[in-house]
Design a protein. Structure first.
Length: 427
């Protein structure tokens, strides 16, 4: 049967960003036969034994408690499970000297949902017909923002400036404040910090500047903290969460070992939280409560923060070091390759300046030498202007073994040397 779809139906039944190339990756892996393929494409965190044990222990406790029936046999409030909200308010008030009450917090089924609520509550067409933009101040950013708005024309991303350390083959993106425009047509602002795909951490000053630009227009700023402290604490550089009247601090428990349980958290002004909560009631009543109940236990006992800092962060930080050291040793010194500074998250981002083919073509070529990464052009949702740079980057996931990462980077270095060769010869 071929159902007639609405405009929204048509749009929402298309896969965006990374999801669109996952099909190709799955087919490559299935048809790989005996080929030894190193798959560094995944955004799925690895299962770390200590992390799995943490959730197993919390589940055992929950099963043995009288709370169990209340958690799984009853509907609850749309705002989320009370004990988890209380645990987060208490933890954040102590840790960051805040005055949060339960009314400042909303739990959602994963944080992707939260961006969907926000993008459509604050972005899209206002009742007077005006288009309210969803602004991504620093492109590239999380590919999932590309699919969250029912009116894709509302998404507007800004090109960054590049801070290049040529001698060391390193670089870092910075917001271009000379271009960034926030005005009465802005609905909301979203960015990830640390950033998926680049590992960039916007400085506190940059964050405050963005929030200050948005404040006079009452524009909410959603800071996607899926990799930030206090958990999963996937920052490799010192950073503190930034709070403020127009800031919605958004968290996810996915990289802290619970992606299957779908838990997102929004912390912000009561009025903003209420808007998002109503959206949630209409959409799904409330998120599932089992994951919330075990998360409350792990936060209250302090073990979640402890495991994040002592297990999760060093694990991925070490993977980044392996990748960086291998590239430094194996990549040709005279070619214009630049690794983004590894400030956090679970990815490395490589820019191959003047690459004599597109990122897609290079992705296909890498598959032939047994390495799967993600072409960078999928990470520029909302960036309308043509920019060569969009087709010169790769996202490399840190979710392989040390040996796999090192071997994959050696193969990549060889492929890079070969593809730049003709240009060098003809020059
Ligand atoms: C930056 C960022 N934000 C949001 C998400 C969505 O996470 P979830 O819906 O699992 O909370 C991800 C997932 O990879 C991400 O990398």
């Amino acid at each position: 049967m071929n159902p007639a779809l609405t405009k929204i139906g048509d749009q929402m039944s298309n896969l965006t960003g990374v999801r669109a190339i996952m099909k190709d990756i799955v087919e490559t892996l299935q048809s790989g036969g005996g080929q030894d393929l190193i798959n560094l494409s995944a955004g799925n965190p690895l299962i770390l034994p200590e992390v799995e044990q943490l959730w197993r222990d919390a589940t055992t406790e929950l099963l043995a408690s009288s709370e169990y029936g209340e958690v799984v046999c009853r509907y609850g409030s749309s705002q989320g499970y009370g004990p988890l909200i209380t645990a987060i308010a208490k933890d954040f008030n102590q840790r960051y000297g805040l005055n949060l009450t339960e009314r400042n917090i909303l739990i959602t089924p994963g944080s992707q949902t939260l961006y969907f609520y926000a993008a459509n509550a604050f972005g899209g067409y206002a009742s007077n017909g005006e288009l309210k933009q969803i602004v991504l101040p620093l492109s590239p950013d999380y590919t999932g923002y590309g699919g969250v708005c029912l009116f894709p024309e509302a998404l507007h991303a800004y090109k960054p400036t590049l801070d290049i350390d040529a001698a060391n083959h390193k670089f870092k993106y910075r917001p271009d404040f000379s271009q960034l425009s926030v005005n009465e047509n802005t609905g909301c602002i979203i960015f990830s910090r640390p950033c998926n795909p680049t590992g960039n951490v916007l400085t506190e000053e940059e964050v405050r500047k963005i929030a200050a630009l948005a404040a006079p227009y009452n524009v909410p700023v959603l800071i996607d903290s899926a990799y930030a402290p206090p958990f999963p604490a996937l920052n490799f550089t010192e950073m503190q969460p930034v709070f403020g009247d127009n800031i919605i601090h958004c968290m996810s428990l996915s990289k802290a070992g619970l992606p299957g349980e779908r838990i997102g958290v929004a912390i912000g002004d009561e009025k903003l939280i209420q808007v998002l909560e109503c959206f949630q009631t209409n959409l799904c009543i409330h998120p599932s409560r089992y994951g919330q109940a075990i998360a409350a236990r792990a936060i209250n006992s302090g073990s979640l923060v402890q495991i994040a800092e002592q297990v999760i962060r060093p694990f991925y930080q070490n993977k980044f070091t392996v990748l960086e050291n291998t590239l430094d040793a194996a990549m040709p010194k005279d070619l214009p390759w630049f690794l983004h500074r590894g400030e956090g998250a679970i990815f490395a981002w490589l820019w191959l300046k003047d690459l004599p083919m597109t990122d897609w073509e290079f992705y296909q070529l890498l598959k032939k030498v047994g390495v799967i990464v993600v072409p960078g052009s999928t990470f520029f949702p909302g960036l309308k202007e043509d920019w060569q740079h969009k087709h010169q980057c790769l996202r490399i996931s840190l979710t392989g073994s040390d040996e796999e990462i090192a071997l994959a980077m050696q193969r990549l270095a060889k492929a890079v040397t070969q593809v730049y060769q003709p240009t060098a010869v003809s020059a």
